[in-house]
Design a binder for this molecule. Structure first.
Ligand SMILES: Nc1ncnc2c1ncn2[C@@H]1O[C@H](COP(=O)(O)OP(=O)(O)OP(=O)(O)O)[C@@H](O)[C@H]1O
Ligand SMILES: [Mg+2]
Length: 247
């Protein structure tokens, strides 16, 4: 699905990503962990096209995309879930999902009369909201949602956009424990839909619920790439977080 080859990102001579190579298979859910500032968000920025890589290649389904603009990558199915600004706060929940559905080129409604089309889309948008328990709030402004509910709306919008690869950057940051479970079940739903999910998280116990593979980044390189159990048991993990004495 996605192959990164020797990816380098430098900011003014400072190599934030220093030769990242890995393959993410279709339908896989992969956790990405690593200390603050190790390059996790930069990796997502680079995959989605917000940051240009200095060297190396990014291939999506065998086609190199590193020269493409972010919207062109999105059209190919790359869904970046932005923290805090992926939704339109002054619009209602329904409008937020509708907007995503209208940009989804695979939603075939082109031949329907306008009234039927909007009604059909509204029903579809509602069904997305139902999936995350937000249908009752369909006509409220997104700004009225809690942090966790906004996160659910962001992810469901990305689904409505037609994305098949999800880049989730700390989707549970600042989210209540109960909502954290809701985010977890939504991720499981994405798995059921055979979506490919990359998720940055600090809490390995949380991602272990749905990830069979965890990549550990440190100082811009991949240190470990294994099952959560093997990663947790590896002394290098403690070394990275607590220094060599702890190992
Ligand atoms: N646009 C930029 N220009 C210059 N330096 C940047 C830029 N973006 C990120 N950096 C630097 O790159 C390094 C990695 O940042 P990044 O945000 O990718 O880390 P992270 O692993 O996501 O950290 P956190 O866990 O705190 O979110 C940091 O030192 C950061 O200051
Ligand atoms: Mg980050």
């Amino acid at each position: 699905m996605l192959t990164l080859s020797d990816l380098v990102v430098s900011f003014g001579g400072n190599k934030v990503l220093n030769g990242i190579s890995c393959t993410i298979n279709e339908g896989e859910t992969v956790g990405i962990i690593g200390p603050n500032g190790c390059g996790k968000t930069t990796l997502f920025n680079c995959i989605s096209g917000l940051v240009a890589n200095t060297s190396g290649t990014i291939a999506l389904r065998g086609v190199e995309i590193q020269a493409l603009e972010p919207h062109e990558r999105a059209r190919r199915g790359l869904g970046r879930v932005f923290q805090n600004f992926g939704i339109f706060r002054e619009m209602t929940l329904l409008e937020n999902v509708l907007l995503a559905l209208e940009s989804n080129t695979s939603v075939i409604s082109g031949f329907l009369p306008w009234s039927k089309k909007t009604k059909g889309l509204s029903n579809e948008a509602l069904s997305y909201l139902e999936q995350v328990g937000l249908a009752a709030k369909a006509n409220e402004k997104a700004a009225s949602l809690s942090g966790g509910q906004m996160r659910l709306l962001e992810i469901i919008r990305t689904l409505a956009l037609g994305s098949d690869m999800f880049l989730l950057d700390e989707p549970t940051a600042g989210v209540s424990p109960r909502m954290k479970e809701d985010v977890a079940s939504l991720i499981k739903k994405l798995q059921g839909l055979k979506k490919t999910v990359l998720i940055i998280e600090h809490d390995i116990t949380f991602i272990q619920k749905f990830c069979s593979r965890v990549i550990v980044l440190n100082e811009g390189v991949i240190v470990l790439d294994d099952t959560p159990e093997k990663v947790r048991a590896d002394s290098r993990l403690k070394e990275i977080y607590f220094g060599s004495d702890a190992a």
